[in-house]
Design a protein around this ligand. Structure first.
Ligand code: UT7
Length: 325
């Protein structure tokens, strides 16, 4: 049976030049390198400079992904940008990216699913491609969480950072088997009853301010592993594949303890887990494409490899995407 598969043809990422170490943070709030490393695995996070916006990071990552795929903006039909930290309330940051890339055809829009944003954007792109409404999409995750952190709150400000990552997908004919290249299955979930466990205490309609990130970290932690493993098991059920078949597990990079516990529960061997959280902290929607790009560039992820992506975040939202590179 011939089917359309959304196939990744290139990826790219960008981290702002400026970074903040745990030691530097310890001079700002009551924390320590030891505490941060032991509880989260994070060693540093990148911070956008003054005047450097989410769209600027997104454009840099997008250009690198286009170069890596061997395409130009004119070859793309749709840009989907996942972000919870847009340049402005509106227009969508995606249209700024579209403009900066010199693309005046097709369409561009933002998706807001916080840390799960990249998986939600990828699943959306997959639907456009498989339905024939688009031939090539650029999917970007880009964030400047440093702008919504309360820098007096040690329970949150040590955890997050800024960055962007992107992939280029193309609709390609395939056989309809699990050996196909491309996205094999995606599974998205949300449950708004958890919305007050991780949120921003401002917004245009409620307070007319931008607000700051607030989180009940322990509560988020408590739900994370179960939610992550549920949607991965959904992907296994849909495809008949399992943890032993995976070449790489590329999880959302929030906390090394969550990543390790999820991999352990699923029986995924530690050497198959791509972890970059030590280098950039939690970059929300940018974290999966940042980790993907790191593993592609250092030669770990190769064409034909089976890759499991997952994320969980504010809402709560959570999801998985299983693809063959
Ligand atoms: O992308 C999805 C979004 N977020 C997440 O996935 C985050 C999920 N949650 C977590 O990763 C963890 O819950 C945290 C890293 C946020 C916290 O780790 P924890 O092991 O759950 O620590 P805790 O909140 O239970 O705090 C333990 C202690 C507390 O002190 P007491 O009450 O035991 O005296 C905190 O006040 O650590 C204290 N603490 C800190 N100490 C030094 C909290 N933050 C800090 C800090 N430095 N930065």
């Amino acid at each position: 049976m011939s089917v359309i598969r959304s196939t990744v043809l290139g990826c790219g990422s960008y981290l702002p030049e400026k970074f903040l170490t745990n030691e530097e943070l310890a001079s700002m709030v009551d924390t320590s390198d030891d505490w941060i490393v032991q509880r989260t695995g994070i060693r540093k996070r990148h911070i956008a400079s003054e005047g450097e916006f989410t769209s600027h990071l997104a454009v840099k990552a997008a250009r690198r992904a286009l170069d890596n795929a061997g395409f130009e903006a004119k070859d793309i039909d749709v840009i989907i940008l996942a972000t919870a930290t847009p340049d402005n309330t509106f227009p969508a940051t995606a249209v700024t990216v579209q403009h900066e890339l010199g693309m005046h055809h097709g369409f561009a829009f933002d998706i807001q699913a916080v840390c799960s944003g990249f998986v939600f954007a990828l699943a959306t792109a997959d639907n456009f491609l498989r339905s024939g409404q688009a031939r090539r999409t650029l999917v970007i995750g880009a964030e400047t969480f440093s702008r919504i952190l309360d820098w007096q709150d040690r329970t949150t400000c040590v955890l997050f950072g800024d960055g962007a990552g992107a992939v280029v997908l193309e609709a390609r004919q395939a056989e309809g088997s699990i050996a196909d290249r491309g996205i094999l299955t995606t599974h998205l979930r949300s449950d708004g009853s958890h919305k007050s466990k991780l949120y921003v205490d401002g917004g245009p309609s409620s307070t007319q301010t931008v607000g700051h990130l607030r989180m009940e970290g322990k509560e988020v932690f408590k739900h994370a592993v179960g939610m992550i493993t549920d949607v991965i098991e959904d992907a296994y059920k849909a495809t008949g594949l399992g943890s032993d078949d995976l070449d790489w597990f590329v999880p959302h990079q929030a906390n090394k303890r969550i990543i390790d516990a999820s991999a352990k529960k699923l029986g995924i061997a530690p050497e198959k887990v791509v972890t970059t959280v030590d280098q950039h902290g939690n970059t929300s929607a940018a974290s999966i494409p940042l980790a993907l790009d790191a593993a592609v560039r250092d030669g770990r992820i190769k064409r034909g490899d089976l890759v499991m992506l997952e994320a969980m975040g504010g809402g709560f939202t959570w999801g998985s995407a299983l693809l063959r590179w």
